[in-house]
Design a protein around this ligand. Structure first.
Ligand code: NAD
Length: 489
């Protein structure tokens, strides 16, 4: 821990000296609205000042992205691929710095963020390798026409990201956009701006031409809003809350913005009595208490079959009570502090809501220390699916357990939510698994597995969890336009 803290203070020095500036066309700029402070959730200390971007800053960034677009679009695919592979390698070289800064800025733990930084490199590498095929179209012969389809990058795009795992999520959006041949204006979350700054620096150092990626910091209602409304920006890739997704869609309506929305979730993990219960237990723990539970794909609703409920919940309580909460830079820490004071108040408010609604707090339900935004991992039992703790996205290390008796009831409970991002099913009955997954309302389902991301597969949600898909060729469907040309034969 001491070593990591020392390394971190080395990495933070430059942020303390200059603050975080906006990056537009390869140059640093102060924000038009001055600065705001970013603080660490570990001890509430100020990390540094951050440029507070305005509509004018967004305008400058959008113009920069528009100016850089033709050359980036027309760059031979092999050359663009090479630059993106260089970015991947450069991320790997600075993975430690990224991970330490991310932990300090967000409260996420090093054990997960060191992997998340490398996942960022993987995202660049994967999409770099897709560059050459991205524009491939089809030839569709008809009796009178030779029809050719091609794909073109849509133009400069806006990327708006949230504060949970901000580095990985930024690369998840920016890498495919750049691979498609789009240029980007990135508006990172105000609560965690450090690693977005590292990303733009790393990318430029690795050879990304100035203006291809521009970063404007600031608040959603100011800089974010201006980005969604800017005429030169052709599409918005957004990751964040469902409510914000709806606001952004309205803001983009006047300019007919193409929108891709990756939003919230209240994802069920359904454990049937016939499952491998030890593996299910591990996965249930991992999918809500890793990454501080601040994870859109977390399984925050446990649906557990009556016959195994008592035993399963008892084992859960024992395991949850043993989870190590502590300093995020301590490699042994499993759960760090929640990202901001506001979010800490939101998550802890559900302890009272659970009690008032008649649920039992079987584990946790308390805060830890005074210094930062720490909470004990929490398990609610004796809950019903109509309670707020079962319907609302708490977005912390908080699990709500609900019993069911039959498969029909499990399915009804699983689907009884506004959200539909992921679902996790634990059963050894293959026929049931096929039947259940077919009817479960979710964009992504894992059977007898935790969430394991495979980049070529589609990622995204249904219902209030989002619109659109990322991953593999689906990303290019969003960042590119189809063009059809028919030749008379
Ligand atoms: P948020 O919606 O509050 O903010 C996300 C981003 O939107 C921030 O950069 C913010 O500044 C910006 N923003 C806010 N208002 C805006 C506006 N009016 N116009 C333009 N931009 C605006 O979300 P958050 O609290 O930062 O993140 C947590 C949420 O993100 C959770 O709901 C979580 O489920 C979701 N999330 C979803 C996925 C997914 O893939 N589905 C992944 C990670 C997080």
């Amino acid at each position: 821990l001491e070593q990591n803290i020392e390394k971190l203070s080395g990495y933070l020095k430059r942020f303390k000296e200059t603050g975080i500036l906006n990056r537009i066309a390869g140059e640093d700029y102060a924000g038009g609205s001055g600065t705001f402070e970013t603080t660490s959730p570990v001890d509430k200390s100020v990390i540094c000042h951050v440029a507070q971007g305005t509509a004018d800053d967004i305008d400058a960034a959008a113009k920069s992205a528009a100016a850089a677009f033709p050359a980036w679009r027309d760059m031979p695919a092999t050359e663009r691929r090479k630059i993106l592979l260089n970015v991947a390698a450069a991320i790997e070289e600075r993975a430690e710095e990224i991970a330490l800064c991310e932990c300090w800025d967000t409260g996420q733990t090093l054990r997960f963020m060191s992997k998340a930084a490398l996942r960022g490199a993987e995202n660049f590498r994967y999409f770099a390798d897709q560059v050459v095929q991205a524009r491939d179209g089809q030839h569709l012969q008809s009796p009178t026409l030779m029809n050719i389809t091609t794909r073109k990058p849509i133009g400069p795009v806006g990327v708006i990201t949230p504060w949970n795992t901000p580095f990985m999520l930024s690369t998840w959006k920016i890498a495919p956009a750049l691979a498609a041949g789009c240029t980007v204006v990135h508006k990172p979350a105000e609560a965690s701006p450090l690693t977005a700054r590292l990303l733009v620096e790393i990318a430029e150092d690795a050879g990304l031409p100035p203006g291809v990626l521009n970063t404007v910091n600031g608040f959603g209602e100011e800089a974010g809003k201006a980005l969604t409304e800017h005429k030169a920006i052709k599409a918005i890739a957004f990751v964040g809350e469902s409510r914000t997704g709806s606001i952004i869609t309205k803001q983009g309506a006047d300019t007919l913005k193409r929108m891709h929305l990756e939003l919230g979730g209240k994802n069920p993990v359904i454990v049937f009595a016939d499952a491998d219960l030890e593996r299910a237990l591990d996965a249930v723990i991992f999918m809500i208490y890793s990454i501080n539970g601040e994870r859109c794909t977390s399984s925050s609703r446990l649906l557990v079959q009556d016959s195994i409920r008592t035993e399963f919940e008892a084992k859960l309580v024992e395991r949850v009570n043993n989870i190590k909460v502590g300093h995020p830079l301590d490699p042994a820490t499993e759960v760090g502090p929640l990202v901001t004071q506001e979010h800490f108040y939101k998550v802890t408010s559900y302890f009272d809501i659970a009690r008032d609604d008649g649920a039992t707090i079987a584990a946790g339900g308390v805060t830890v220390g005074e210094e930062g935004y720490f909470v004990r991992p929490t398990l609610f039992t004796n809950a019903t699916n109509d309670m707020r703790i079962a319907q609302e996205e708490i977005f912390g290390p908080v699990l709500t357990s609900i019993p069911f008796s039959t498969e029909e009831e499990a399915l009804q409970l699983a689907n009884d939510t506004d959200y539909g991002l992921t679902g996790y099913l634990w059963t050894n009955d293959l026929t049931r698994a096929l039947r259940f997954t077919d009817s479960l309302e979710a964009g992504m389902i894992w059977v007898n597995s935790e969430n394991v991301r495979h980049l070529p597969t589609p990622f995204g949600g249904v219902k209030s969890s989002g619109i659109g898909r990322d991953g593999g060729d689906w990303s290019f469907e969003f960042y590119m336009e189809q063009k059809h040309v028919g030749f008379a034969t």
